[in-house]
Design a protein. Structure first.
Ligand code: ADP
Length: 492
């Protein structure tokens, strides 16, 4: 029921011209309307209050006078006696006594309008606040109450007429009403103008925001909106908007750098391939040595390119949140063992040992976990000179409810200033040292992928490294909790 009437109200609002107005106009109209209602309400209440108190005061006094007369008549012997005693009614009340023929036999004020006049000016429909037992008589300048009471004296019926002035200044009251009306209208207009001016001023930052938003282009993302000094909602909106732009700008710059770095990385192998194909087209058919060398080089470059493209695609999928992970409860020891054994098969010039491999159930995607371990192992091999030693160890740390997996090598190490940057995309530490290690050098994407995978599994990565001494990557992998183990069971 409520939602129906709400929907009907909403439809009415959409049909009205109100919803197409500017917010400042809407606020102004709304507040001016509220003010008008309040002003009208108070002036009506005030006007009614004035009239009500005048009428009430008058009928109260007439009633008191009538009571007094009744009591006086009871204690005196006759009407004549009572009237002659004097001060029969309190001041302000006029008493007139008539006999059956309508002749005035007594009156306290002869200047008061005659009974004929009173009858002539009697109000047919008195206001609702008037006493129903009395007549209201409205003359031009003043209004009076008229009440009657019959008395019997010595067999004769007399009628007592009580009068009391309600208002002496009808003109004044009319003027007062007009004045209140004019003040209401002026107040309304002032509220309308002031409201419009103020709401326009207050909403100025929103207009600025719109202007700035209009001017922002992909090429001009450095524009920012001016944050108003007040700590209000608009200042908050402006600074949130600016922060959003900061993030967008940073993201956009990263994207641009990524594209240019990727193109740059692809250019080298393509140039090499083109160079060798030229060489082959010229000498390949006659010189077998050149033919073999060319084919090997082209193949190696193509493999590098394939590796780079695979990594780029992985990161692109990760950025677009399209990289799907199939998490399950798995035994970390099995994954570590598998990764190390595979690496041992291809590592001929280094010793690779698995010092310790404790069992531990983790909730992870086995494929990406293997990929991450391969990255650390390949790096350790790449950045450790021939004959070097690589040690992998996996221990359970019950206090942290985690597994501690370490990859330690005695290779070239990473300089202090590079350690925080190696996880950035395309970042490679000093290439001259890399050459010393006899490595071909990588793409600078491996650790970015590893850190993305780690992030997806709540894994913390720490680096301990000293130049010339070696590097140790320490991974803290959370153990699966009992609830997860129950839900998924051990699949691995
Ligand atoms: P890359 O393909 O160049 O290996 P990574 O993102 O895997 O890219 O690594 C980034 C950089 O971190 C490497 O260029 C290298 O300088 C440094 N690095 C990574 N692992 C090691 C390590 N085990 N020993 C020394 N330096 C390392």
């Amino acid at each position: 029921m409520l939602s129906k009437s709400k929907a009907a109200l909403h439809r009415l609002y959409l049909r009205s011209p109100l919803w197409r107005m500017k917010i400042s106009t809407k606020i102004t109209c709304l507040y001016a309307a509220i003010l008008l209602i309040v002003l009208m309400f108070t002036s009506i209440i005030m006007g009614l209050g004035i009239y009500f108190s005048f009428y009430h005061e008058a009928d109260r006094e007439i009633n008191i006078a009538m009571e007094g007369v009744k009591r006086g008549l009871g204690s005196s012997g006759s009407l004549q006696e009572f009237l002659e005693a004097g001060s029969v009614v309190p001041p302000g009340i006029v008493l007139r006594v008539t006999d059956l023929t309508g002749r005035v036999v007594y009156e306290t004020d002869s200047r008061y309008p005659s009974l004929d006049m009173v009858e002539k000016y009697r109000v047919k429909n008195p206001p609702f606040w008037a006493d129903k037992s009395m007549d209201v008589v409205a003359f031009d300048r003043f209004t009076i109450y008229h009440a009657t009471m019959d008395v019997v004296d010595h067999g004769q019926v007399y009628q007592m007429h009580f009068f009391r002035t309600i208002t002496t200044e009808n003109y004044f009251l009319e003027h007062l009403q007009q004045l209140i009306f004019i003040i209401t209208i002026i107040g309304f207009i002032v509220a309308l103008l002031a409201g419009y001016f103020l709401s326009s001023r207050i909403l100025q930052p929103i207009r600025d925001l719109t202007q700035t938003a209009r001017k922002i282009e992909v090429e001009r993302m450095d524009r920012r909106i001016e944050v108003p000094p007040a700590h209000d909602e608009l200042a908050e909106l402006a600074s949130t908007f600016n922060h959003m732009l900061d993030r967008l700008e940073r993201g956009f710059q990263q994207q641009q750098r990524f594209v240019s770095d990727a193109s740059h990385e692809l250019r080298t192998p393509v140039t090499v391939i083109l160079g060798y194909s030229d060489l082959l087209s010229r000498w390949g058919s006659s010189d077998k040595k050149i033919l073999e060398e060319g084919i090997t080089a082209i193949r190696s470059e193509a493999e590098d390119m394939q590796d780079l493209i695979e990594k780029l695609l992985f990161l692109a999928r990760a950025d677009q949140k399209r990289q799907i992970l199939h998490k399950d409860v798995i035994n970390l020891a099995e994954v570590v063992d598998d990764a190390v054994r595979k690496m041992q098969l291809v590592t001929k010039k280094h010793t690779l040992t698995l010092a310790e491999n404790e069992a531990g159930l983790i909730f992870a995607d086995p494929a990406t976990m293997r990929q991450m371990m391969r990255i650390f192992l390949e790096n350790a091999v790449k950045y450790t000179p021939e004959g070097g030693h690589i040690e992998v160890a996996s221990r359970c740390v019950p206090a942290e409810k985690a597994m501690r997996l370490t990859f330690a090598d005695n290779g070239i190490g990473i300089a202090e200033e590079d350690q925080s940057k190696i996880f950035e995309r395309f970042y490679r530490a000093d290439t001259s040292r890399t050459k010393q290690a006899g490595s071909v050098g990588g793409t600078g994407l491996g650790l970015s992928i590893a850190s993305w995978i780690a992030e997806q599994h709540d894994i913390a990565i720490d680096v301990e490294s000293q130049l010339g001494q070696g590097t140790k990557f320490i991974l803290t992998i959370p153990l699966a909790d009992e609830q997860t183990i129950k839900e998924h069971g051990q699949q691995a």
